[in-house]
Design a protein. Structure first.
Length: 102
């Protein structure tokens, strides 16, 4: 039986990314009654972080039947989450500056 290579997300990094994903998801759900789009956007950020941990850990790859390419899929989910964060900030800064210019 060949030993399986451990993922970087199996340790402390996985705990940090999972905590970040749970935090973003919880904040997004709490924001849903106030602003549906904002709540969904932040929930999507949290879901991407959680999905990256799911496909990036050794346990997740075994459960889902993924090969060693799960690490690149995890990185893809993190990139999507970062893009969502950046676009969220850009849209909010742009809309805030439009409101303040009136």
């Amino acid at each position: 039986m060949a030993s399986e290579q451990r993922s970087p997300l199996d340790g402390f990094a996985g705990v940090v990314v999972t905590s970040l994903g749970l935090f973003c998801t919880a904040i997004g759900v709490l924001l849903l009654p106030e602003s549906g789009l904002t709540g969904l956007w932040i929930t999507a950020i949290g879901a991407n972080f959680l999905a990256s941990v799911l496909v990036g850990t050794t346990w997740g790859r075994r459960r889902l039947g993924l090969g060693p390419g799960g690490t690149s899929a995890a990185l893809g989910f993190v990139v999507i989450a970062v893009v969502l964060i950046v676009t969220f900030v850009v849209v909010n800064v742009a809309s805030a500056s439009m409101v303040s210019n009136r």
